[in-house]
Write a protein that binds this ligand. Structure first.
Ligand code: AHR
Length: 479
């Protein structure tokens, strides 16, 4: 196929907010226990109990923010169980997932781990069966410099300086019947959010708050903004693409990012309309704080799956969309980082990097710059499931220090793409080309063959057209 990509370096959409490449870890299956934390006495190489191979792999994709402790787990988690001497912490039944929670990994361990990987924390409080008072105490434990009980508890456990957790979520998916302490309706959830926000902000007025929204329920989002709008900064949206729907093809899967992008714009439009209608002055944006594909094999309590090149294509397309959307969706956290719907999979002392992980590696290469406008002329196909016209080529660009970082996805399952690149204000001379493509859409990395799919790299003089392999996610560094 032939296509044209136009990059306008003068048309700045927004400066890049690296929080769109965030990650999410939950006490679920082997994500925290086994994936992140193995304990100091483990035979698996670790740094103070943190699994080293995973620590380094996560560091390498530079997440600037990591959401924790859930997910559904958050809605029944009592943070006080997870602080203090580790051997004294209570073993509790986890009402969300039916597992036993040892509480070995708690707030102090999480904060230390996010700092080790160079990220900022994002804590979700228990707004299911927890209380506003408990949430406010957690804020005090983490952020307070006063001479008060919970701040002193943090000091007693070895942390004289506050953790300074700026971003807090109030609850998780409280609209779902599977959620411990779910709300009857948005009205109830809105008022619950106000109560939590009010308590938490009395302790630290500087914190930013994320309230529960729904990806396809406009009425819910309207009620939440109407009631809690003056208290919150972000509306949480989750979207999983369930791949078990009858007849869903590769073409449908890789069409979904278009739907996701449209829907996030629609949610933002709803937020803006509601703010206007009810005179809400607070600016509210979106935290897309759970997103991924979800295969039928990923069943509780482990939710394990091994994704393939087609999912890498999906991931590249969502990341392109998130770059374009990052003014209105400045935060996104991928669900999840390790062992649960994973980017990274471990088995005993071995670790596997999925093609989705490799895509994150490509996208997190550029750390700052401006997201600039791109236009694409490309042949199309029709997705039957979505009844959507889908271009084979998708592009997004970041302009930084006279270089264009052009992310191009070729959705075509079989054909190379010959892409003519037109950049305003730049006479390119060289291209560094990195891509993830594998040899088929179903290629995966497995423990028996962990490097089947990798990142390919080439460098060449700028020429037209550039050839991109089928089902590929490409980063072209053009200078
Ligand atoms: O990521 C797995 C689960 O999916 C999360 O716990 C929940 O928020 C969502 O339904």
């Amino acid at each position: 196929i032939k296509s044209h990509v136009y990059v306008d370096t003068d048309s700045i959409i927004t400066s890049l907010d690296k929080r769109i490449y965030g990650q999410f870890i939950e006490h679920l299956g082997r994500c925290v226990y086994g994936g992140i934390w193995v304990g100091e006495n483990s035979a698996i190489p670790n740094l103070k109990g943190y699994r080293l191979d995973v620590l380094n792999a996560v560091k390498a994709i530079k997440p600037s923010i990591v959401r924790w402790p859930g997910g559904n787990f958050a809605s029944q988690y009592h943070w006080i169980d997870g602080v203090g001497p580790r051997d004294k912490r209570p073993r509790k039944f986890d009402l969300a997932w039916g597992q036993v929670e040892s509480n070995e990994f708690g707030t102090d361990e999480y904060i230390e781990w996010v700092r080790l990987i160079g990220a900022e924390p994002f804590i979700v409080v228990n707004a299911g069966n927890g209380s506003p008072e408990e949430a406010a105490a957690w804020v005090e434990y983490c952020n307070s410099t006063k001479d008060t009980y919970y701040a002193n508890l943090r000091r007693r456990y070895g942390h004289s300086e506050p953790f300074s957790v700026k971003l807090w979520g109030i609850g998780n998916e409280l609209w779902g019947r599977w959620q411990v302490g779910f709300c009857r309706d948005a009205e109830e959830c809105g008022w619950r959010t106000v109560e939590f926000a009010d308590h938490m902000k009395r302790v630290d007025p500087e914190i930013k708050l994320v309230a529960v929204g729904v990806d396809y329920d406009t009425e819910w989002n309207v009620d939440m903004i109407r009631i809690a709008g003056e208290y919150i900064d972000y509306l949480s949206i989750h979207t999983y693409i369930f791949t078990d729907r009858q007849g869903k093809t590769y073409e449908d899967l890789v069409a979904w990012p278009i739907q996701i992008e449209k829907n996030l714009r629609h949610v933002y439009y709803t937020i803006e309309q509601t703010r206007r209608k009810y005179g809400i002055k607070k600016e509210i944006k979106i935290a897309f704080d759970e997103w991924n594909v979800w295969y039928p094999e990923a069943q509780p309590p482990y939710l394990e799956q091994i994704t393939s090149v087609k999912d890498a294509v999906f991931t590249g397309l969502v990341l392109n969309a998130l770059q374009r959307l990052s003014r209105i969706v400045p935060i996104a956290t991928f669900a999840q980082t390790v062992n649960v719907l994973p980017l990274i999979l471990t088995k005993e002392d071995k670790m596997l990097l999925t093609p989705q992980y490799l895509v994150f590696k490509l996208y997190t290469e550029v750390e700052e710059g401006n997201v600039v406008a791109t236009d694409v002329i490309s042949p199309h196909y029709i997705s039957k499931e979505l009844e959507e016209v889908v271009p084979y080529i998708d592009a997004s660009a970041i302009y930084a220090q006279n270089k264009v970082y052009l992310f191009i996805v070729n959705r075509h399952p079989e054909e190379n793409a010959e892409v003519y690149i037109h950049i305003k204000n730049l006479k390119p001379s060289t291209i560094q080309h990195k891509y993830v493509a594998g040899s088929s859409i179903n290629d995966k990395n497995v423990f028996e063959e962990p490097n089947k799919v990798g990142i390919e790299e080439k460098a060449y003089a700028f020429r037209e057209p550039v050839t991109l392999p089928p089902h590929s996610v490409n980063l072209l560094i053009i200078s």
